[in-house]
Ligand binder design. Structure first.
Ligand SMILES: [Zn+2]
Length: 373
């Protein structure tokens, strides 16, 4: 039932007391709002009150149950000021407002709010350098997506060694001007010695990761040159972000073999296998084999998370995330194909704890890539 309340200036309550109105206490209720008036009524001359009305002595005022402006006038309080039309707030609405205010207070103090900007988007393609970066930032702002760090990916083209080097330098230069940007440079594994030299140069410039894409760059994961390049990356402390959407048949198996053969190289398998993610549950068992598996396989769940959230396979995806290791999974958008908001919203839907999500959103990538903001 809606509760009717009139709002009058507070001085009316003083008038009520000094005037010693014996008619009813309802005007005082109108004057100060039910709750405050009850306290005042208790403290003042209104000896008792009950329910929604007030009583003076033994006499209960009937009109107190349906207060009106005219009643306040009728009560004889000269000079009362009506400061607005009746405000009707239902009990449900009151309760909702109370909870909203309480929730806001709790949120402001919660670790989630404090960590609101702690997002590391590990999968961002900057196809057109600074132009793409500005567009990415504009999208983040438009969609209210605070980001503490993010990657910027380039993918080398076979044989175009000068252009690849120029693009890598462009990316590194951008990261100096935009401190949130972590460059993920690239070489083409089939460019032989040029690729080896470029990788060494990149490591010397502080690059922490390179991107390889067997489908787009058109190479075979099992090629010995790929292995040699990845081995060197491990020795130089450069992680390898490898596409793993299983566009190329056998991706999962080939990448698994590559990673277990190169335990010093940190691999990040992008998209966690796409819809073939189920394969990676085998890591749970691989860890139990003595001297076989090393903890050098990580995943980003870019694109795939947006696909599986709210899908029939969502619980399996969550099960896989835990089996590959909650400390080895990172959030990425795969911008510009998908936005960070899509990735973040999808992650929120997964049945993972707040701490697990925080690791995926920020902690794991921050740890892998050197722990600086
Ligand atoms: Zn991508």
């Amino acid at each position: 039932m809606p509760r009717r309340t009139h709002w009058f200036k507070r001085e009316r309550i003083r008038d009520v007391k000094t005037a010693g109105c014996g008619q009813c206490a309802q005007a005082s209720r109108s004057a100060g709002g039910a709750r405050s008036t009850r306290r005042r009524a208790d403290a003042g001359r209104f000896a008792s009150h009950r329910g929604t009305g007030f009583a003076l002595g033994e006499k209960t005022c009937d009109m107190a149950r349906s207060p009106t402006r005219s009643h306040a006038r009728a009560a004889g309080f000269a000079g009362y000021q009506d400061i607005g039309p009746p405000l009707r707030i239902s009990d449900e609405a009151r309760s909702m407002i109370k909870h909203a205010i309480l929730g806001l207070m709790l949120f402001c103090l919660s670790p989630l709010a404090l960590a609101q900007d702690e997002v590391f988007d590990v999968h961002v393609h900057l196809w057109h350098g600074e132009k793409s970066l500005k567009e990415y930032y504009a999208q983040l702002e438009a969609e209210h997506q605070p980001v503490a760090r993010h990657s910027g990916i380039y993918m080398a083209i076979k044989g175009e060694t000068q252009e690849n080097r120029r693009k890598n330098d462009e990316l590194i230069a951008l990261s100096k001007r935009y401190p949130k940007l972590m460059p993920i440079a690239s070489v083409h594994p089939l460019d032989g010695q040029v690729a080896i030299d470029e990788l060494k140069r990149l490591a010397g410039l502080g690059v922490k990761a390179i991107k390889l894409h067997p489908h787009t760059q058109r190479f075979d994961i099992t090629d010995p040159q790929v292995r040699a390049l990845c081995k060197l990356a491990g020795e130089l402390g450069v992680a390898v972000l490898f596409d793993n959407f299983n566009i190329v048949p056998g991706d999962n198996q080939n990448l698994f073999n590559l990673a277990v053969g190169l335990p010093k190289t940190q691999f990040i398998f992008a998209h966690m296998g796409g819809l073939d993610f189920r394969f990676w549950n085998s890591l749970f068992l691989a860890r139990t084999a003595k001297d076989f598996f090393f903890d050098n396989i990580h995943f980003d769940i870019s694109a795939t998370v947006a696909l599986v959230a709210d899908s029939p396979v969502e619980p399996e995806f969550v099960w896989t995330i835990r089996n590959v290791g909650i400390d080895n999974v990172m959030l990425g958008s795969d911008y510009p194909q998908l936005s960070l908001k899509q990735a973040g919203d999808a992650l929120e839907k997964l049945d993972l704890s707040a701490e697990e999500k925080r690791k995926i959103r920020w902690g794991n990538a921050n740890k892998l890539f050197g722990g600086k903001r």
